[in-house]
Ligand binder design. Structure first.
Ligand SMILES: [Fe+2]
Ligand SMILES: [Fe+2]
Length: 154
């Protein structure tokens, strides 16, 4: 049986968390290794895209207006933290600044992801019609963030 949408979306959260953790562990040990956090940032932006484009609209149509309002606002905060981290990495990265920013990112995700996992994701498999579910599943497998896309509340 195919993996449920809820399980696939939750798995992405954990994969992104693991990469951030790799970055922060190195950082705590005194070295700035950009690859894992750059990869996590790309993956998180893509994850935000697929939620805002494929997942949230049908859930909103099904009546989950308030939780989606909150999720969009939190996506905006996450997006700006990623911008700040990437800007810091781009030129003469400062370890203390990266420590502060990556801590912020972790705290934001600790607030955001459990709400999605408990409130929204369980509805994904119940609410999305066959076409919408297939589109989301296809994007999860191989879709890329379109160039220049920014989240609704960035
Ligand atoms: Fe999200
Ligand atoms: Fe998510």
């Amino acid at each position: 049986m195919a993996e449920s949408l809820a399980a696939a979306l939750e798995r992405e959260h954990h994969e992104i968390d693991d990469e951030i953790e790799q970055f922060t562990a190195k950082l705590a040990a005194g070295s700035v290794e950009a690859a894992p956090i750059r990869h996590a940032a790309t993956a998180l932006r893509r994850h935000i895209y697929l939620e805002e484009v494929f997942l949230f609209p049908p859930l909103r149509d099904a009546g989950m207006v308030a939780p989606i309002f909150v999720m969009l606002r939190e996506h905006g905060q996450l997006w700006r933290t990623l911008d700040a981290i990437e800007a810091e990495l781009a030129f003469d990265p400062d370890q203390a600044t990266l420590q502060k920013l990556s801590k912020e990112l972790v705290v934001q995700l600790e607030h955001h992801n459990p709400k999605e996992e408990q409130i929204l994701y369980p509805q994904a498999d119940l609410t999305l019609d066959t076409d919408a579910a297939a589109q989301l599943a296809e994007f999860l497998k191989s879709g890329a963030l379109p160039d220049g896309w920014v989240c609704e509340r960035a």
